[in-house]
Design a protein around this ligand. Structure first.
Ligand code: CTP
Length: 408
């Protein structure tokens, strides 16, 4: 299935900030989604990343010189400005934004930005004092008024050692903003989705934890599919070995408590899919130091129950997502156990699967049963054939779209 970035042409303007290093990853991720990326590099940008890195990653020549046509460069600044579906300025320095606000065109980047009538997305990056400066704020206001979109800047530690607002947004957020732009015509556009995935790790001491065999593959596939169809998707995931899906905001957590807090922080999802294998219990106390073998006897670990994230969200009153989907991981009597879980957790749908050492966890395919509560209160069951986790995700998200009356 194609991603909404597929065959989109991104013109990436890179100006002179240390955050330019993040562009290398951004190019890779945009291309993974199927976009083509052309880079325009300012002299300042070239202090931080090299044309060779950019051209290797983008698979395209890198453009820096306004006067290069006379040296045989085939594309003029006008063509660069036009042959794009979106222009992304990342990092955008205070200087480049000042030029943009004032129509100054004294190098290739600023000339292209003046010559383009394509949508522009700006990811500012600068010291917090420069960001706060009235001149910068006035320029930002002008650019926003002209319809340019911004992503960031964020607050936090900066390369110069100070801390404050001015850090360039993370690659995932810039990618999310680009994806959101192209997803405007997609069926789930305007919807917000939350997905949990992976295992949780409950610490015993600084080196040991209680965990489980969940790989996170099914949850990641669901998040990827929701994003591909245009939903603004947050994936809260326990530790996995998987790459973040394109266009999904990924929040990494370890414990069930952290997973709950991260889910609570997601602004009003319309649909929430709880695919994580959350540990039911955690050690009552985490030892500050590593437990040593020379203790008098083998340690007894007292466990306390973790909060049930799915059940809490199902009972969230006004804050409840319109559609709450749980998973049921069963090693035996799948249908009976899942039905009991369904009633107990009060979610709208439950996806039951048979798990075990050689089943589902870590595998690329899955055989699931979808249980839904009908309007008359009856539980409808549908067994789906064994298929790849991507196909399960596609089918499940298709059902989600139908629930929200969205046409695919
Ligand atoms: N779940 C959750 N928070 C927990 C435990 C489970 O959100 N603390 C969610 C899972 O993400 C899944 C569903 O509840 O969507 C069922 O999880 P499962 O592990 O199958 O069931 P448990 O509630 O743990 O019950 P049991 O251990 O008895 O099978």
């Amino acid at each position: 299935m194609k991603h909404c970035l597929n065959e989109k042409r991104v013109l990436l303007v890179i100006s002179g900030g240390i955050a330019a290093y993040k562009c290398l990853d951004l190019i890779r991720k945009l291309r993974e989604g199927g976009a083509t990326v052309r880079c325009v590099l300012t002299n300042g940008g070239a202090q931080f990343v090299t044309p060779l890195s950019l051209s290797t990653l983008s698979g395209e020549p890198v453009y820096s010189d306004l006067w290069a046509l006379k040296d045989g460069q085939k594309i003029s600044h006008i063509a660069l400005a036009q042959e794009a579906d979106i222009v992304v300025v990342a990092p955008a320095t205070a200087n480049l934004m000042a030029k943009m606000a004032n129509g100054i065109a004294d190098d290739l980047a600023s000339t292209v930005l003046l010559a383009t009538d394509r949508p522009i997305l700006i990811a500012p990056a600068m010291n917090f004092l420069m960001w706060k400066n009235a001149a910068t704020q006035a320029n930002v206001a002008v650019l926003k008024k002209r319809g340019m979109k911004f992503v960031g800047p964020e607050s936090g530690m900066m390369a110069c050692g100070s801390s404050g607002e001015g850090r360039m947004s993370e690659v995932a957020d810039i990618l999310g903003a680009v994806t959101l732009f192209f997803s405007a015509a997609l069926p789930l556009n305007g919807m917000r989705a939350l997905v949990t995935s992976g295992p949780t790790y409950e610490p015993i001491d600084p080196v040991r934890f209680i965990g489980n065999r969940s790989s996170g593959k099914q949850g990641y596939a669901i998040a990827a599919e929701l994003a591909r169809l245009g939903a603004e998707t947050v994936l809260v995931t326990g530790p996995t070995a998987l790459a973040p899906p394109v266009g999904v905001k990924v929040v990494q957590v370890e414990t069930a408590d952290e997973m709950f807090a991260a889910c609570e922080a997601v602004a009003r999802p319309d649909v929430a899919v709880f695919a994580a294998a959350v540990a039911d219990w955690r050690p009552a106390k985490m030892s500050k130091e590593k437990l040593k073998k020379n203790m008098v006897a083998a340690p007894r670990i007292e466990l306390v129950e973790n909060r049930d994230i799915l059940a809490t969200f199902s009972a969230h009153g006004k804050k409840r997502p319109r559609l709450v989907i749980g998973f049921a991981a069963e090693t035996c009597d799948m249908a009976v156990n899942a039905k009991e879980k369904f009633k107990r957790k009060k979610c709208d749908w439950i996806v039951a699967n048979q798990v075990g050492k050689d089943k589902v966890f870590g595998k690329d395919d899955n055989e699931v049963m979808l249980m839904r509560l009908s309007s008359s209160g009856k539980i409808n069951k549908a067994m789906w054939p064994r298929q790849s986790k991507e196909k399960v995700a596609e089918k499940l998200v298709g059902e989600v779209a139908a629930f929200f009356n969205k046409k695919l």
